[in-house]
Design a protein around this ligand. Structure first.
Ligand SMILES: NC(=O)c1c(N)nc(OC2CCCC2)nc1O[C@@H]1CCC[C@@H]1O
Length: 342
């Protein structure tokens, strides 16, 4: 006997098709800055999906593109315990302290046997994002490193945060693809968006934010996701609670996996084979700091090999296999606000 088709089977199929299309085109627009369709065509698909979902609410899924700009103000910020501790790092305040760390590391692992991965140190706020079976389920602030606040509805509005991991990334995970994974990164506000936001605040007689980091933190703590959605937040993802399910063996391989999975990974990363190359990366990053559209407060130098990372392990506070080389606070060209004549 043929099962009576669910009253809305065709709608369910069409909804799934539209969701896949909307995710793909949103990725091309926001992540690659290379749309294949017009905004009007995108909106037409979004409206069609919204109509199907309002006709058949049981078809709504939490990761549907229609849910990106959360529709409701909820009791966000419930406490969330991270899958694993979110470590901070020891700081190197100058080249001497950086060299001391490099020397210690070379001694411990064997001179000339260490490759370092150098990354820009994004000055945003730490966030942990959890995926189950490749779908976004939760996002939390770093908090004290063990417990943070649930900011899922607000992080879901950030367009460069994927709602589903790519098939390529899941294939790479093999049978571990259904493992729960928790990636870590920074939420930041691009400098351009920060200036626009403060100009709006000025025009509306509200206090401006002191810097992009505070603006990002304030935007992520919004009770109403519709407000967060307008703040043009972005992310750079760089770590994960447990790399086991990914079958990757070094930081640079892991960053490639993140990119393939659909995460926004900072492009200014380099493999440095010697302390001299590490110095060059740091000097280059400092020289180009003001050209970036986001704030950085230094360079993160990591031992690339995960085997060597576990050989070095952690102190109570931080990994021995990473150091934050800090830059001096950026002397901002303070834009003199034209005094508004009342
Ligand atoms: N802010 C950053 O850009 C950054 C980075 N690119 N890479 C790491 O790797 C850490 C994570 C695990 C141990 C090393 N941490 C970063 O920021 C940390 C997070 C919390 C305190 C620092 O800001």
């Amino acid at each position: 006997s043929t099962e009576p088709a669910l009253s809305h089977e065709p709608a369910a199929t069409r909804a799934a098709e539209l969701r896949h299309e909307l995710d793909y085109h949103a990725y091309r627009y926001y992540m690659l800055d290379a749309p294949e369709i017009t905004d009007a065509a995108f909106d037409k698909m979004l409206v069609e999906l919204q109509e199907i979902e309002s006709a058949y609410p049981d078809l709504i899924t939490p990761t549907s593109y229609t849910q990106r700009v959360g529709g409701y103000v909820s009791d966000q910020f419930a406490p969330v315990t991270h899958m694993a501790r979110m470590y901070s790092m020891d700081d190197a305040m100058n080249l001497e302290e950086l060299d001391a760390w490099l020397e210690r590391t070379e001694n411990a692992l064997g001179a000339g046997r260490v490759t370092y991965t150098c990354e820009l140190k994004i000055d945003g706020l730490g966030v942990a994002i959890t995926y189950e079976n490749g779908a976004f389920v939760r996002a939390a602030t770093r908090g004290d490193g063990t417990t943070g606040e649930d900011v899922s509805l607000n992080v879901r509005t950030i367009q460069d945060v994927p709602m589903h991991l790519s098939e390529k990334a899941l294939v790479h995970m093999g049978t571990d693809r259904d493992r729960v994974i928790e990636v870590r990164g920074e939420v930041y506000m691009p400098k351009g968006s920060f200036v626009r936001l403060n100009d709006e605040a000025d025009a509306e007689g509200r206090d401006p934010f002191a810097n992009p980091r505070n603006a990002a933190a304030g935007s992520l703590r919004q009770k109403d996701p519709k407000v967060t959605a307008k703040r043009d937040l972005s992310t750079f993802i760089y770590a994960i609670a447990d790399t086991t399910p990914l079958h990757v063996h070094s930081q640079h391989e892991f960053l490639n996996w993140l990119r393939d999975a659909g995460f926004h990974v900072n492009p200014n990363v380099a493999s440095c084979k010697t302390p001299t190359e590490v110095h060059e990366f740091c000097a280059d990053a400092l020289a180009h700091r003001s050209d970036l559209d986001y704030d950085i407060d230094g360079v993160v130098v990591k031992v690339d090999s995960f085997q060597q990372q576990s050989d070095l392990g952690f102190t109570a506070r931080a990994p021995r296999w990473a150091i934050a080389f800090k830059f001096p606070p950026e002397e901002k060209t303070t834009v003199l606000r034209e005094i508004r004549v009342q």
